[in-house]
Design a protein around this ligand. Structure first.
Ligand code: TA6
Length: 303
């Protein structure tokens, strides 16, 4: 079933019990539950959901710029992480497994759209390109897939970053690690953006962590593990960077929409294409995909 709710959210539930909720503000996935009702995403208890600020948690869609925009660039006067996560998207419709040609009702796909005519005057002035975004959220029993299609509807080419800012809910950040990033070069935003080489097979989070891993083979799954067992496995298509973030205690206190202790229950693992600008010629389109897989056996064991 799919419901369009009057609080600006769209939710879908599979017969087997899994569910997903997407807020039209930013097309932000704010809930993804497994059949046993276990919530997989972190949304701060202090998140603002009235459209006045990007939602603190879930899966914010970052476009057309990741991080603080660079100077002397078409994105320079946009806010950090661009406008997509802070704009009102429209629900384009759903397609369930029958129409996707799969087995009966094991998959539901929700489509959302944002185009240049829908963003605010302020954003359009800041980034005056004609574009169309179609963002798809596909729920099935053991995974959630998000994909973004970018269309250049104008005649001028534009360049952009894309990133899916996944906030994963974890029982205790001090007990988890992120794996499969060994030997990758990363930009350490906690250490003057120095480029470093990852030597750890398992990256534990013991303080403020803000690293952009570069040239990560999209076919190599990145996992969030606990006691050696994967909680989430993130696979990507086209997205060749992975950002790992946890604000830790001091920064958590500085964010009004982030509870002081909440950093202990989350980790961001953010697939993106943010190392360099992707360029889209007038009239062209570009598509990326990301999915985060929980591992039911552990989760069933855990829950
Ligand atoms: O993805 C990591 C990051 O770029 C961090 O540097 C931190 O700024 C985080 O995003 C959250 O950004 P936000 O604008 O949502 O507060």
């Amino acid at each position: 079933t799919v419901n369009i709710n009057d609080n600006g959210t769209v939710d879908a539930k599979l017969p087997s019990g899994e569910s997903v909720t997407v807020h039209l503000f930013g097309a932000t996935v704010i809930s993804w539950k497994l059949a046993n009702g276990a919530e997989q995403l972190f949304v701060s208890s202090k998140a603002i959901l009235d459209g006045s600020k990007a939602i603190r948690g879930g899966i914010p869609v970052v476009f057309p710029v990741f991080g603080p925009p660079p100077p002397n660039h078409a994105t320079s006067s946009l806010p950090q992480h661009g406008f997509a996560r802070s704009s009102n998207w429209e629900f384009l419709g759903k397609s369930s497994s029958e129409s996707l040609g799969n087995k009966a009702d094991t998959t539901v796909k929700l489509d959302f759209g944002l185009s240049s005519s829908m963003i605010t005057e302020e954003f359009r002035k800041a980034w005056p390109y004609e574009f169309g975004l179609v963002y798809s959220v596909t729920l099935s029993p053991d995974n959630l897939e998000t994909s973004l299609q970018v269309q250049n509807k104008g005649s001028e080419s534009f360049d952009f970053h894309v990133l899916l800012h996944n906030y994963f809910k974890v029982p205790d950040v001090s007990k988890i690690a992120v794996t499969n990033l060994q030997d990758k070069v990363y930009i350490d935003k906690v250490d003057n953006k120095k480029e470093k080489n990852e030597t750890n097979k398992e990256i534990s989070i013991t303080g403020e962590t803000d690293r952009v891993y570069l040239d990560v083979d999209p076919t190599a799954p990145v996992a969030v593990i606990e006691n050696g067992q994967p909680l989430f496995t993130i696979t990507r298509k086209e997205l060749n960077t992975v950002t790992v973030w946890n604000p830790w205690a001091e920064n958590a206190k500085k964010m009004s929409d982030f509870g002081d202790e909440e950093y202990k229950g989350m980790v961001c693992v953010e697939p993106g294409a943010v190392k360099s600008w992707s360029v889209l010629e007038g009239g062209d389109a570009w598509e990326v995909e990301d999915e985060g897989l929980p591992t039911p056996p552990l989760l069933e064991a855990e829950n």
